[in-house]
Write a protein that binds this ligand. Structure first.
Ligand code: ADP
Ligand code: MG
Length: 338
């Protein structure tokens, strides 16, 4: 049997759905394919991702949370209906839904998500910020009068927050995340090696050999199109070769973490030095990232157990702990049963 509570992590790179008592039941790329003539969605998730770079003229594959389309009410409703129906079945029950949205989204976009979720079948809908959800997903006791620090490196954004008494005391959100590492890799390989590669290849490079502590022994063979001859070509590159492509986004993230620590009230800073900070989000999996942050801040860093699903687990579990979350971290919308 299903629980009645669903947590949805509406990320810039991945959408996850967590059902209490069952765990993560959906983990799909945050991609939709839209027919530009009718503005109708023709594929969502995995199926839409496979279309990226391979669509005919009338179909466009987009990342709705990254490209502002989430303000398009119809698309947002279609996405939420797709996922809520997938786990809840048709008209069997109306779940309570907790949704985590990227911190960068606007008030209009938040409204669109809240209303779309009600129309999609939710009985009660709440929106929560990513750091609070990540903290709960990591098992931190956020309600205590004690400082907890969370850094979530997602696809399009990085969220940094110091949390105490259920709310964010200091926070910062950067529009830099894992996808910027890929963009850097694509540009760099083009400029230095005259090789055009796709985003998928760039992501393979990132997850296989890229490192904050590069070594010449870690190599990978990649395929692309030689920009001089115009023909397909292969190239072997090492993590040292590719490091310059990552340097800028890595440094921006580290600088932002240091800036947050610098304005953290002393008592909370003392708690954080004691307990360390938790690192979540897929970008935290970049090799050496946790060690680099620890070296550069002097604060112990713990990589969350499953960084990609931490926020989703948090959203599902918060519904049980609503009293612990400060109202400022929560946007709620209740709808009467229709
Ligand atoms: P969001 O919350 O924005 O949807 P996620 O937390 O799901 O983002 O993280 C997605 C990002 O993590 C992507 O940019 C992806 O390339 C990156 N990522 C996933 N696994 C790894 C890995 N092993 N090494 C480096 N980056 C990774
Ligand atoms: Mg996320």
């Amino acid at each position: 049997m299903f629980g009645r509570d669903i947590g949805i992590d509406l990320g810039t790179a991945n959408i996850l759905v967590y059902v209490r008592g069952k765990g993560i039941v959906i983990h799909e790329p945050a991609v939709v394919a839209v027919d530009v003539n009718t503005q109708k969605i023709c594929a969502i998730g995995e199926a839409a991702r496979d279309m990226i770079g391979r669509t005919p003229g009338n179909i466009r594959a987009i990342r709705p949370l990254n490209e502002g389309v989430i303000a398009d009410f119809q698309i947002t409703e279609d996405i939420l209906t797709f996922f809520i129906k997938k786990v809840a079945g048709r008209g069997v029950f109306r779940p309570r839904v907790m949704i985590c949205v990227p911190s960068g989204i606007t008030t209009v976009e938040k409204r669109a998500v809240l209303e779309a979720a009600s129309l999609a079948g939710a009985k009660e809908v709440y929106l929560i910020t990513e750091p609070i959800a990540a903290a709960i997903g990591c098992g931190l006791d956020i309600a205590a009068p004690s400082g907890n620090m969370v850094v979530d490196i997602g696809g399009g954004t990085t969220d940094i927050a110091v949390i105490s008494l259920g709310g964010e005391v200091v926070s910062e959100s950067l529009r830099i995340g894992g996808s910027h590492f890929e963009e850097g890799i694509v540009r760099y390989v083009k400029r230095v090696y005259n090789l055009a590669i796709g985003d998928r290849t760039a992501e393979d490079i990132k997850t296989s050999i890229a490192s904050a502590f590069p070594s010449p022994d870690q190599t990978v063979t990649i395929r692309g199109r030689d920009l001089v001859t115009g023909l397909p070509a292969t190239l072997e590159i090492s993590s040292v070769d590719i490091y310059p492509a990552l340097e800028e986004p890595i440094n921006s993230i580290v600088d932002a973490i240091r800036a947050v620590l610098e304005v953290t009230p002393p008592e909370l800073a003392a708690d954080i030095v004691n307990k360390g900070m938790s690192l979540t989000g897929g970008g935290a999996l970049l090799e050496g990232m946790a060690r680099l942050i620890q070296d550069q801040t002097g604060v112990p860093v713990t990589l969350a157990e499953d960084p990609l699903s931490c926020v989703a687990r948090g959203t599902g579990e918060i519904l049980d702990q609503l009293d612990k979350v400060s109202p400022s971290s929560l946007v709620a919308s209740y709808t009467k049963a229709r």
